[in-house]
Design a protein around this ligand. Structure first.
Ligand SMILES: C[S@@+](CC[C@H](N)C(=O)[O-])C[C@H]1O[C@@H](n2cnc3c(N)ncnc32)[C@H](O)[C@@H]1O
Ligand SMILES: [Zn+2]
Length: 267
C-alpha cells in the first residue's frame, strides 16, 4: 500500500520507523505521523501561525455545517480506502475517522505543523508529511481522494485511484466571503470555478451556503489568516478589516464529486 518516496518500493513499519528493502528509512514522530517528504525539496506547507489561526477558527465550529454535509455526502458512497490530500489540522479527517471506523484513512499535508496538530488523539488515521504531488501510495490502491481547500494534482490523484475511484473536491463558491472581500477591496470579483480535470468526469455538485457572524477581532483575524487575501490584500483594506469587532459574511462552498475515467487495463 505505502511506497518509499525515494525508490517507490514497498514501505513497511519496523518498530519505530518505516523502511523499504533498499534501506531508506523514515522516522515516526512521537505524535505518530511519518515524515515522507524528501529533504532536498524546497516547498513547505502552512506555517505555525496559519495552522494556529485555522485550528482556532475551525474549533469554534464556523465550518461544522460544511463538515456535516461532507459526511452526509460520503455516507452515500461506498469505499474502503480514503485519502485526505492536504488535510491541514485534520478537522475534517478526524470527523470522517469517527464516522467511518472501518475505513483505512491516509491523510497527508506538506506542513509538519498541521500534521502534528492533526495527529492529536487519532491513532486510526495514518498521517504523513508529504506533497499531494508525490503521494507515497501504490498505483490504483485508493477508492476515494478528498481535497478540501487544498492544492490539486489531478495526474497524481488519477495514478493512486482505483478504476472508477472518486475524487471529492471542496472549494469556495463564487460568493464565498463576499462581504469580507467588500471591506478588503474596492472592486470585488466572484471566485473562479474549475470543473474539468484530466482523467476525471464531474458527476455531482452540491452547494453549501450560509452566513457566519464573527463577534471579535480575534475571530476576524483568524478567518482572514486562513484565506489567500491575507497575503495579497491592499494594506488599507487589511487595516479596515482588522479594526472591526463584528463581521457578518456569507460562506459558500461547492462539494464536487468526480469519477476516475480512462483506466481500461484495471480489474
Ligand atoms: C487551506 S488549507 C486546508 C486544510 C484542510 N483541508 C482544511 O480545510 O482545514 C491548505 C493546506 O494545504 C497544504 N498544502 C499546501 N501545498 C501542499 C502540497 N503541495 N501538498 C500537500 N499539502 C499542501 C497546506 O499546508 C495547508 O494545510
Ligand atoms: Zn526506498
Amino acid at each position: 500500500m505505502l511506497i518509499c518516496p525515494k525508490c517507490k518500493c514497498a514501505l513497511y513499519k519496523n518498530d519505530k520507523i518505516y523502511q523499504c528493502d533498499n534501506h531508506h528509512t523514515f522516522d515516526i514522530a512521537k505524535k505518530g505521523y511519518v515524515h515522507l517528504f524528501l529533504k532536498n525539496r524546497k516547498q513547505t506547507g502552512d506555517d505555525k501561525h496559519m495552522v494556529k489561526a485555522r485550528t482556532y477558527f475551525l474549533e469554534k465550529g464556523f465550518y461544522q455545517p460544511l463538515c456535516d454535509q461532507i459526511l452526509l455526502f460520503l455516507k452515500s458512497l461506498s469505499f474502503a480506502k480514503l485519502v485526505d490530500a492536504g488535510c491541514g489540522e485534520g478537522y475534517y479527517t478526524n470527523q470522517i475517522a469517527d464516522l467511518f471506523s472501518k475505513v483505512d484513512i491516509y491523510a497527508f499535508d506538506l506542513s509538519k505543523h498541521a500534521v502534528h496538530e492533526a495527529c492529536k488523539g487519532k491513532k486510526q488515521v495514518f498521517y504523513g508529511v508529504c506533497s499531494v504531488a508525490d503521494l507515497p501510495l501504490n498505483e490504483k490502491s485508493i477508492d476515494i481522494i478528498l481535497s478540501i481547500f487544498a492544492p490539486i494534482q489531478a495526474s497524481e490523484f488519477h495514478r493512486v485511484l482505483k478504476k472508477e475511484g472518486y475524487f471529492l473536491k471542496v472549494a469556495p463558491g463564487p460568493k464565498h466571503l463576499y462581504e469580507m472581500k467588500q471591506i478588503l477591496y474596492t472592486d470585488v470579483y466572484d471566485n473562479d470555478l474549475q470543473h474539468t480535470y484530466d482523467g476525471f468526469v464531474l458527476q455531482e455538485i452540491k452547494e453549501v451556503a450560509y452566513d457566519i457572524e464573527l463577534c471579535s477581532k480575534q475571530d476576524i483575524e483568524a478567518l482572514f489568516m486562513m484565506t489567500p487575501y491575507y497575503w495579497k490584500s491592499p494594506i488599507e483594506g487589511s487595516k479596515k478589516l482588522l479594526a472591526l469587532d463584528y463581521l457578518k459574511t456569507k460562506v459558500q462552498f461547492q462539494i464536487e464529486l468526480y469519477r476516475c475515467i480512462g483506466k481500461e487495463d484495471d480489474k
